[in-house]
Design a binder for this molecule. Structure first.
Ligand code: PRP
Length: 249
């Protein structure tokens, strides 16, 4: 998918880039908390108000005087980086799979934010894969229309998408859809809303992403940032899903 042209800014044309400042886009919420120790080790921790919920500010200085952080919705991280508004960013592999921006290079798996994109349905419904084989279409509520269409198309099923941006767990109980496709981490959101996971589409982790043009025009600075992340990752290997499971048992 390409970024809408009218909104695109060349990597050096905004006020941000005029001051030579580099911009790192981070997603609000759980990834932001999970990535903070890595940012500290990489020498790019944002100011404390970036991590709190009180501030209405969206842009923050970091430990690195040449780098600012912007805090945006997880889906928008990819759009900011693809458009060149931010030079680098951190987002889930789910966002990259959904948008598939050619302008984005994803050099590092950060090994954090591990979860999965899954199909779920009310626990009161039976799940019979043989029944799926007889379906020609199904209605699905999701914030991932592209991933969902691809998953069902591979099974010969046309997914009629109800495109929501949150609270899709409500869709089956309110008659909007039979199924949902959403992120599942602990599974507690599904359980709290009478839903159960029936198929895992993909396991995901968070990725470091880079604007390809920025990497070409400012290779030393962007390369140094990538190397700082790589060194920080090597210093403390990511917690694997197996270790996480052992820790929580
Ligand atoms: C995601 C997802 C679910 C929830 C799953 O939402 O959309 O609602 O997390 O997590 P769980 O399995 O641990 O309950 P998120 O909190 O990222 O916020 P969002 O609704 O803004 O996407």
């Amino acid at each position: 998918m390409t970024v809408p042209q009218p909104d695109r800014q060349p990597a050096r044309s905004s006020g941000t880039q005029d001051r030579g400042q580099l911009v790192l886009a981070l997603p609000k919420g759980r990834i932001l908390k999970a990535v903070t120790p890595l940012l500290e080790r990489a020498g790019m921790a944002p100011s404390a108000d970036c991590l709190g919920d009180d501030s209405r500010k969206l842009r923050f200085p970091t430990q690195n005087p040449k780098l600012d952080v912007v805090r945006v919705r997880s889906f928008d991280v990819a759009t900011f980086v693809a458009s060149g508004g931010a030079h680098i960013g951190i987002c889930g592999a789910d966002v990259l799979m959904e948008f598939d921006y050619p302008e984005i290079y994803a050099p590092l798996d950060l090994g954090i934010g591990g979860c999965r994109v899954s199909v779920a349905q009310p626990v009161t419904l039976p799940h019979d894969p043989e029944e799926w084989a007889r379906w020609s279409e199904v209605r699905v509520a999701t914030k991932y229309p592209a991933i969902t269409r691809r998953f069902f198309a591979a099974r010969g099923i046309n997914a009629n998408i109800v495109h929501l941006h949150g609270a899709m767990e409500l869709a089956p109980m309110l008659g909007l859809s039979r199924l949902i496709v959403d992120l599942v981490d602990t599974g507690s959101t599904l359980r709290a809303n009478g839903l159960g996971e029936v198929e895992t589409i993909t396991h995901i982790t968070s990725r470091l992403i880079v604007n390809r043009t920025a990497l070409k025009t400012r290779p030393e600075e962007i390369g140094a940032l990538i190397n700082s992340f790589r060194t920080a990752l090597e210093a403390t290997p990511p917690v694997t899903e197996k270790v996480k499971a052992e820790q929580s048992s």
